[in-house]
Design a protein around this ligand. Sequence first.
Ligand code: NAI
Length: 532
Amino acid sequence: MANPQTRAAKISRRVLIPAATLPGSPGRPSQASPAVPPGIATGTTAVGRPVESVTYGLLVSREVVPTAEHFDVVVIGGGPGGYAAALYGASAGLNVAMIEKNKVGGTCLHVGCIPAKELLETAHVYRTVAEAKAFGIDAGQPEIDWSVAMGRKQKVVDSLTNGVRTLLKGRKVTVYDGHGRLHAGRRVTVAGGESGDVELTGDSVIIAAGSVPRTIPNFDVDGEIVMTSDEVLSIPRLPSTAVVIGGGAIGCEFASMLADMGTQVTVLEALPKILPGCDKDVAAVVERSFKKRHVEVRTGVTVTGHDPGDGSTVVHVEGADSIKTDVVVVSVGRAPNTDDLGLDGTAVQLDERGFVQVDELCRTGEDRVWAVGDCIATPALAHVGFAEAIVAITDILGEQPLPVDYPNVPWGIYCRPEVAFAGMSEEAAKQAGYDVVTSKHRYGGNSRAQIVGETEGLVKIIAEGGPDGRAGRILGVHMVGPWVTEQLGQGYLAVNWEATVDEVAQFIQPHPTLSELFGESVLAMTGRSLHA
Ligand code: NAI
């Protein structure tokens, strides 16, 4: 298998995220903070317990002043980045506080990955029942009871939220309800929530403030006609028509879900293709599938505004026909949620888009302050937040973590057909100067795909070409088709292990499985093959 030294060597090869100044003494557990953090009123005890104030020698009152609790780590934000830092840190024996102003679980659990995938599963079940006749099962024309569908979605969300809360409690993480702000000296204030006004200090602080949906001019979000992912996931009824602005990951998931449940969908994408971050062959399969399902995809367009009427609106597109629609879903990316984090008197810096600037170990410019998750300019994926949380905690423990290898993280998009990939696309590999060998095989020839009746899609392997033209190291694995988000694992390992085609081709794939297509696509690159 690949030389283990390459893994370590990678660290020095990686491109750094625009870095802030390095903290003075990275990776070293700090000395305990001063007992009296700056900013606590003179006259309190060292830890800010109730004090007796004395005026002109008389005892006139007993006042309660904020208590500065001290922790090994204070985490601002309780989404995937923040709660992962809290759980991982606590499991390593650190005394952790976590501050969340809304609900523990953040975007992913409440208005992102989990509810979106749950509703996509509703669409899948609906489709399966509607198409069951092909299997000899006549269940009639299915109907959707939207309130039951939304109830199930909420049940899954609530159950997972309780799960995270239980884990935090079990690991003795102190959770504060309120808005956290960072001040000089790693002093963190909590305000505006059920925990009241509290002051904390930490040997280390992790900022995990997350992100919010981006919006565009002339499309003010009203939650009724113009919505972002935050509102669509709680939509009271299925619309007859929808315009989705932005054909990225979120846009394609909503377009797919709504179309499968009977909504007439139009996707408006500014760039020349939908899913611009994906390999072109993969994006083309999704676009073809959308067209077959009567999703209108318009690329290279500019939306200029809309004219709302009674319960619907008309979306204007520059130089093209306007579109009348019940709802507009704006899915044009996400912006960091860093407007109100305090930060005065600290060396934490934001870039021009508002992302917290960090180095490759997620360290900010302030000594012993890290930032992870969607509030830094790395892929806005929950699992990337998990990985960054582990890096930050490992650094706090002084254990020399490996940085996250951002170009090779796994991606999953849960539209139909699903998309999953790790590593370079063909275009990116060529641009990086590689001689590229590719292998592309379709699910149409895969036995399990025929059995389950989902033959749309392909697996594409991108490998480095050797001087003899033979395929060498696997640079990228790109999949589109049935359950590919569950199949990416071995492709992700191959890319990140820096495995070669010859090495991976040795491995046996269980038959009949969808994942055979990955093995067969790699085997075919050796110049010999079985079914592919
Ligand atoms: P995105 O960056 O993936 O896609 C936004 C799309 O909107 C781009 O194709 C862009 O060209 C287009 N766009 C921007 N402005 C536009 C305009 N004015 N008119 C028309 N098109 C315009 O962002 P998206 O889909 O909102 O997702 C945000 C982030 O959330 C992603 O970066 C991804 O990291 C994460 N995410 C991941 C998912 C997954 O892995 N399953 C699912 C959903 C989101």
